[in-house]
Design a protein around this ligand. Structure first.
Ligand SMILES: [Zn+2]
Length: 151
């Protein structure tokens, strides 16, 4: 069961009420993939007399309020997850202490050993050495590996 905010109009699976975009709804995904959508306030819940006594209207209203709050928290968490994963991607691209000068020196040394850029890419099976070398240690390692196979 998920609580979502409708992006497009839907009908309540319980009572058929039209639920407008922006309405909080409960969504049940059935095993065959169809989604059942239930509004929170459009229909009275089917409860037996005993449950009605245990669950006065006031309490039910509270629960609807809490469900709404939970949906807010859920969507905030999703936003946080999005932010964190975006940050992680940015880090994996940019988290390197290598400067343009380091790369110039790297290619200079590589050329001194008799390799050109295309050959190095072929050796490391990549289209960019930036994918292989993420740190100065990586750069030193690649240079010594190339040195071993240089003529
Ligand atoms: Zn309904």
């Amino acid at each position: 069961m998920a609580i979502e905010t409708l992006k497009k109009p839907a009908r309540c699976s319980e009572c058929g009420a039209l639920l407008k975009p922006g309405t909080r709804v409960k969504i049940y995904q059935k095993s065959d993939g169809t989604r059942l959508i239930y509004g929170f306030t459009c229909h009275k819940r089917k409860v037996n007399e005993e449950e009605k006594q245990d669950q006065p209207e006031e309490l039910k209203a509270d629960w609807d309020f809490i469900s709404g709050q939970l949906a807010d928290i859920q969507s905030l968490l999703m936003q946080i997850v999005d932010i964190l994963s975006a940050r992680k991607e940015a880090l994996s691209e940019n988290d390197t202490d290598l400067t343009a000068a380091d790369w110039r020196k790297f290619w200079m040394k590589v050329k001194q050993m008799g390799f050109d850029e295309k050959q190095v890419h072929e050796i490391y099976n990549t289209d960019s050495m930036k994918k292989v070398i993420k740190s100065k240690e990586d750069m030193e390692r690649v240079l010594s590996e190339l040195k071993e196979i240089a003529f």
